[in-house]
Design a protein around this ligand. Structure first.
Ligand code: SAH
Ligand code: SF4
Ligand code: F3S
Length: 476
């Protein structure tokens, strides 16, 4: 999934992107409910979206939220297992939370999400402070589980489901700027990329009722939201059939349904899988002005042998063919981004060079870049040797990052002198006199605020850029 909110990568984000990735709850709801929930999210956008579902479930059970951990009755960490470092971050955080729990002994501490699912009961033994371990498909059980902990026991539910999509739960928006929101359209993943822990932590792929997605988008529009991002690990394989079997919706059709909710609602989506992204999807993007011309299309590697070992089920030629289709159907200006893994098992220097040359060909607007981190239980951990020394992985990753910085700058320079439609999300980090938003291609644009405000669409003439940001002037 597009790691828009992945905190565990070599950080090439702009301050604006980083700010959007705040892990903590930033709303205090004081509706007189009897108990207080504090929740932090780690990992991908899916987890951030799930935390909004969890908050909704617990709100109905008498919980307000607090941004101050010391006031919390229940502290939940919604965790990520994607790389070893992601798990280490959570373990460190649990150590800090111990300090608060000592001051407030009745405090319930729970681990949710992928780390809960991966480590299950053993997490209780490894991290003594944890009272509650709940996997991604068991959030409806949270009120019961919290009751068990209140009764003096430890509680675990890590059952995965083939059906759960939380379609009927209206998320309570956390960290919201009131302008853009995530909508989960599916859960789980049926691909078995050999490096990846997600199929084990999130279970089988299932698609959410298309009409509940449209209703959620409509509700957001009614509340004044201007942008939604449709989320799934592999959105192109979205497929939903109504219970009576009479209605079938694929991803292109879903995109169209959401785009039709309002012409003022921008529609984004993530993540696209190179094996599944179809021309039908590309033509749907082209057809609607409010579907953003930006595709996150993770390549992972530019070498066909490595891609095969990764079990990505496409090769370099296939990937480049999909990029050519994007450029032909949506034009040279369509934003494309990627995820890249440096130093996967047995990768040679020449194969690493293939990744760099693929990056030269595609000209990504940006990428999320990682070195390979072996995850227990995955196909690669069982079948392949993690044989690239750490310093080689890091050097290759540096080369990939440097390549991306060059390309990002070159792509941003092409935007200078052009007018971009920007949806304002906030003040710029540096000054309240400036606004920050994103253009169609998902690039951050900063400009003097004049009379504009959050939620406005503003035409901005771009006159300068850095690697991560465009700078311009708002046109009246
Ligand atoms: N579903 C998305 C990916 C979700 S995980 C997709 O298929 O593109 C986000 C990214 O984390 C992946 O794209 C990959 O680049 C990276 N990643 C996953 N497992 C990893 C591992 N074991 N080591 C390093 N990076 C990993
Ligand atoms: Fe992981 Fe591959 Fe599924 Fe993405 S598509 S979540 S990388 S298994
Ligand atoms: Fe997301 Fe991390 Fe789980 S990337 S799906 S939270 S392992």
């Amino acid at each position: 999934m597009e790691p828009i909110v992945d905190l565990d990568f070599i950080d090439n984000r702009t301050p604006e992107q980083a700010a959007a990735c705040d892990t903590k709850v930033t709303i205090d709801s004081n509706t007189g409910r009897s108990r207080k929930l504090y929740i932090e999210s780690y990992g991908c956008a899916m987890n951030f979206s799930d935390s909004e579902i969890v908050t909704s479930i617990l709100f109905d059970q008498g919980f307000d939220t607090t941004a101050d951990i010391s006031l919390a009755d229940v502290v939940l960490l919604n965790t990520c297992s994607i790389r070893e470092k992601a798990e280490q971050t959570v373990r460190n955080r649990l150590g800090q939370i111990n300090y608060h729990k000592k001051k407030k002994p009745g405090m319930v501490v729970g681990v949710l999400g992928c780390m809960a699912e991966r480590l299950k009961k053993s997490l209780l033994e490894e991290e003594k402070i944890v009272d509650l371990v709940v996997g991604p498909d068991a959030y409806r059980d949270l009120p019961n589980l919290i009751n068990e902990v209140d009764g003096g026991q430890k509680a675990v539910n890590v059952l995965l489901s083939r059906e759960e999509t939380y379609a009927d739960v209206t998320p309570i928006r956390l960290n919201s700027n009131g302008v853009s929101a995530f909508i989960s359209i599916m859960r789980g993943c049926d691909n078995m990329c050999s490096f990846c822990v997600v199929p084990f932590t999130r279970g089988r792929e299932r698609s959410r009722d298309a009409h509940s997605i449209v209703r959620e988008a409509q509700n957001l529009v009614d509340q004044g939201y201007k942008e939604v991002t449709l989320l799934g690990q592999n959105v192109d394989s979205y497929k939903w059939t109504s219970e009576d079997g009479l209605e079938f919706v694929n991803f292109a059709q879903l995109l169209e349904m959401v785009a039709l909710v309002s012409p003022n609602l921008r529609v984004r989506f993530s993540t696209s899988h190179p094996k599944d992204i179809s021309d039908e999807v590309l033509y749907t993007i082209k057809k609607y002005d409010n579907i953003c011309k930006y595709i996150h299309l993770p390549a992972q590697s530019g070498n066909s042998r490595v891609l095969e070992l990764m079990n990505r089920t496409y090769d370099r030629e296939w990937y480049l063919n999909r990029v050519d289709a994007i450029r032909t159907i949506l034009g040279e200006d369509c934003g494309i981004s990627s995820d890249m893994i440096a130093g996967f098992c047995t990768e040679t220097e020449e194969e690493h060079q293939d990744t760099l040359s693929l990056m030269d060909y595609v000209q990504y607007d940006y990428s999320y870049m990682f070195f390979y981190s072996e995850r227990p239980g995955t196909l690669a951990a069982r079948k392949l040797e993690d044989d690239i020394p750490l310093e080689v992985k890091k050097r290759r990753l540096d080369e990939i990052i440097n390549k991306q910085r060059e390309t990002s700058l070159a792509r941003n320079k092409r935007d200078i002198g052009k007018v971009h439609r920007v949806l304002v999300e906030n003040f710029s980090k540096k000054s309240k006199e400036q606004l920050s938003g994103r253009n169609d291609q998902n690039k951050v644009v900063i400009f003097d605020k004049k009379h504009f405000k959050k939620g406005d669409y503003v035409d901005v003439l771009v006159h300068d850029c850095s690697v991560g940001t465009l700078f311009g002037e708002a046109l009246d």
